[in-house]
Design a protein around this ligand. Sequence first.
Ligand SMILES: Cc1cc2nc3c(=O)[nH]c(=O)nc-3n(C[C@H](O)[C@H](O)[C@H](O)COP(=O)(O)OP(=O)(O)OC[C@H]3O[C@@H](n4cnc5c(N)ncnc54)[C@H](O)[C@@H]3O)c2cc1C
Length: 603
Amino acid sequence: MPDYQAPLRDLRFVMDELLDYPAHYARLPGADEATPDVVAAILEEGARFAREVLLPLNQSGDREGCLLEGGDVKAPKGFKAAYQQYVEGGWPSLAADPEHGGQGLPHSLAMVLNEMVCATNLAWGMYPGLSHGAADALRHHGTDEQRATYLTKLVEGVWTGTMCLTEPHCGTDLGLIKTRAVPADDGAYSITGTKIFISAGEHDLADNIVHLVLAKLPDAPEGSKGISLFVVPKFLPDEQGNPGERNGVVCGSLEHKMGIHGNATCVMNFDGAKGFLVGAPNKGLACMFTMMNAARLGVGIQGLGLTEASFQNSLAYARDRLQMRALDGPKAPEKPADPIIVHPDVRRMLLTQKAFAEGGRMLVLYTAQMLDIVEQGQDSAEREHAESLLGLLTPIVKAFLTEVGFEATNEGVQVFGGHGFIQEWGMEQLVRDARITRLYEGTTGIQALDLLGRKVLMSQGESLKVFTKEIHRFCQAEEGNSEIAEFVRPLAKLNKEWGELTMGIGMKAMSDREEVGAASVDYLMYSGYVTLAYLFARAASTAKAALAEGTDDMAFYTAKLNTARFYFQRLLPRTKAHVAMIQAGAEPLMAISAEDFGLGFEI
Ligand SMILES: Cc1cc2nc3c(=O)[nH]c(=O)nc-3n(C[C@H](O)[C@H](O)[C@H](O)COP(=O)(O)OP(=O)(O)OC[C@H]3O[C@@H](n4cnc5c(N)ncnc54)[C@H](O)[C@@H]3O)c2cc1C
């Protein structure tokens, strides 16, 4: 069975030394309870819960899957008990507003714990995972009555939430949805339609399920301007606020899928279900974005968690598995062969995973600080700055970390050789589970359009400038530091190139809008590599300083420097290929007509 130890030392490095979380929390109003002692205790307890409770259910949950019986869904054995422990431990409410039963700790802390949950049992993590987004949407857009009815229950984890957007004929283009909401006499709405692929749509973990559903009012404008948001509980709350009458929403079937078997992915049939409007009529998509942005960061963390899980297990295997001798002579002469970790190519695969895990962790924790400031910051200029960075980084966190997460888990299988393909080792499950992260919450292609089109070009490059200026300031400050010139010089070049590349795409897009779509995914990957380069350069600077000052932990800082070097020398050159592909433009993609694609075979 795969093992997992939460990377507490690396987390402390990033939080305490690199990003100065203690000062960050001290400055956040309401976050003063997140003292270093409290943070340490929460991380350790979270690590224990993930390893001891969730990890043992990961493979069994994958094999068993979920069961639908007469409209009721049973999650795999042990999932419900683990969820009860999670709720009793107060984990769901960690970062929620005390006004609604939360503990008021910073969001970033919940994100750290989320990495541990995703690393040990992604399918389980999606049951509580969607509740946060549902609670957020109701907190921001719900009426007082809706907040009173649903929020505390969602925050405490007594009820769970879902996000019901996708329909059989549309996932990306939600303007096409057919689910209807007809006003009833009592101020509520009658919701009718079919939603598919609904994660945690039905299950036995909680007493009630609160669906947030996109639907169209009878007189709604066409397309995405005519979408409204409704809250549709599985059981209508009674006078005391407890689950009462069964509502007209049932799970029609469960999807049979490639991964995350332990999570119920449901077809949900709404048949005149009673729903309540959330926010203004026809403004549902904007309300849903509150939920989707939180969820997108969450999916990026899924990519990170799986990367770490894959790295840890392939490292253990590579130290243990004996095959062939090192090219420059035996390293373990007393054994029949050397452990495969001696081979350069195995090291390449391990370091690729290690660099993406450590780089991803820095990116998530850096972005998490922005989220904390947006949510709890008092200074409006600081909040605006953080909001700009958060908007820019969210599609990068979501798409880059899931793309490299899939690569990392594949490399994990490769380290195991043929055994990686065999179920009992658990490595192939990581690949299957990782595959969905590139799809849901908006595919990589859609995140890339969001980044390049909406965030960067529509702001005339302003949101990008906020970030490239920060990188520029770092490079300038470190210009005279010859100790880390190997990182700062290439970073400064890339930072300049990033701006020029963006301008180039913007110019081309003025005469041909297809240029944006043609460049977008390469642009997103390029942006991800440069962002991680910035964070690795900062990590290298911190590590160098610790080594210069003298430390008991020489090995950790030396390894950090070596990982940063590997990243700069072996992964960052990928930016060159992305630049070349971006500069090739739309022409090679658009030259073949849709009909001519199929020349060479007849259907
Ligand atoms: C296991 C699982 C769980 C899910 N959970 C949920 C959930 O809880 N709630 C929910 O509502 N949905 C959920 N989904 C749905 C998921 O979010 C969608 O599948 C996803 O957003 C893509 O939509 P689609 O499948 O309709 O693909 P399509 O929208 O048909 O897209 C097909 C392809 O076309 C590309 N494409 C589409 N439009 C463009 C464009 N303009 N430019 C460039 N490329 C484009 C896409 O990137 C994709 O590669 C889940 C799906 C799965 C498989």
